[in-house]
Design a protein around this ligand. Structure first.
Ligand code: GFB
Length: 334
């Protein structure tokens, strides 16, 4: 479900669930828009994930094992109880569900409900053991070789104890090579600051709902470890002046030579140029057609400022944490 950041939060949940169960995770195709999917390896590599747990690409599973382990006529969907009770467990109802299963030419023969917990924090050993026992008793793999879930298993956003999984999620090598070229062209090997500006109409609506009302929203646990205090304006939709001030402070603190702006809307490029003119810092908004290049460029920056509420930022932050790179958020100090 959702766009890039949402899907990646769910990927962490799916991997932790498979690890807890000691079952192979069938890697889904990834969603480009409401009804278009692309194979997992268009974005990421499989081999690094295998260092964490057994996985297989969905297309490979269907081609080599589909007929023997999951033949047509014996395909069940698995839904949490409440979904079935409301008669809502229709595996292929609406988008993106129907397009997702059509990608594999899969129709369902029935649904099976469960009331077990599918969110697991891998750092809590006794919880992992208990859940594994419950799931294996309820769904032994001899009788249920494939668990095709209606809901994505795992918590949204991903749980703190599962964040380490990010280090096994590595970009596909042609995307990395493309980013290397852009880095060389823009910065010639010099240090740069990467910033994520989550702005525009859709984000304004999110912040109007969250600011002053909620204490947790989307990816906010990445900067707010407790429910104390509400989401404030400066962390969700900071003013241009707040953005310029924090950017300048980071550049001066880390003696950076270049600024890379990633934005889905206004990059405020002229404002940055004016503010950073005296520091001799070059300002770039590359504006790639796909978001992946921005994500890689921000993941590899010498310092990063992101939006705490955004799951687009949370992917970058997890990746940077896994590699020991420093970051902060709008509304927080450098
Ligand atoms: O990734 P995502 O779930 O993150 O969705 P949030 C935001 C999408 O906007 C990305 C584009 O997948 C990109 O397509 N986008 C955002 C960007 N920032 C950038 C950027 O810096 N560069 C580029 N190239 N593209 C929330 C969703 O978005 O937005 C919610 O999680 C909801 O489901 C809300 O839709 C309005 O968490 O930031």
């Amino acid at each position: 479900m959702g766009r890039f950041g949402n899907q990646m939060e769910q990927m962490i949940g799916g991997l932790s669930f498979a690890k807890m169960l000691n079952r192979t995770l069938i890697l889904p195709p990834l969603r480009e828009d409401l009804s278009t999917f692309t194979t997992f390896t268009d974005w990421f590599q499989v081999d690094p994930i295998l260092e964490f747990h057994r996985v297989i690409k969905g297309e490979d599973f269907m081609q080599h094992y589909g007929e023997s382990y999951w033949p047509a006529g014996r395909r069940n969907g698995y839904c949490r109880d409440y979904v079935v009770d409301n008669n809502r467990c229709r595996m292929k109802y609406g988008l993106p569900h129907s397009a997702f299963w059509d990608y594999f030419n899969v129709d369902f023969d029935g649904v099976i409900s469960f009331d077990l917990i599918d969110e697991v924090d891998l750092s809590l050993e006794s919880e992992v053991k208990l859940l594994r026992k419950q799931w294996i008793e309820r769904f032994p793999s001899s009788e249920h070789p494939v668990l095709a879930m209606y809901n994505v298993p795992g918590s949204f956003p991903s749980l703190p104890g599962n964040k380490f999984i990010q280090k096994y999620i590595k970009w596909n090598s042609s995307l990395l090579a493309e980013a290397d070229k852009v880095k060389q062209m823009l910065f010639g090997g010099e240090k740069y600051l990467g910033i994520h500006l989550r702005v525009g109409e859709d984000w304004d609506r999110v912040c109007q709902t969250a600011v002053g009302v909620s204490s947790m929203y989307f990816a906010s646990p990445q900067c707010k470890s407790s429910n104390h205090g509400r989401i404030f304006q400066g962390m969700c939709y900071p003013s241009v002046q707040e953005i310029l001030d924090l950017t300048k402070e980071a550049i001066m603190t880390f003696d950076l030579r270049h600024l890379y702006i990633a934005s889905d809307d206004n990059p405020y490029k002229e404002d940055f140029k004016e503010t950073l003119h005296a520091l001799n810092v070059t300002v770039h908004h590359y504006n790639p057609t796909s978001p992946h290049l921005d994500l890689i460029m921000l993941g590899e920056a010498d310092y990063f400022i992101g939006n705490c509420i955004s799951t687009f930022t949370s992917f970058i932050k997890r990746e940077r944490d896994a590699r020991g790179r420093l970051s902060t958020f709008w509304g927080y100090p450098v």
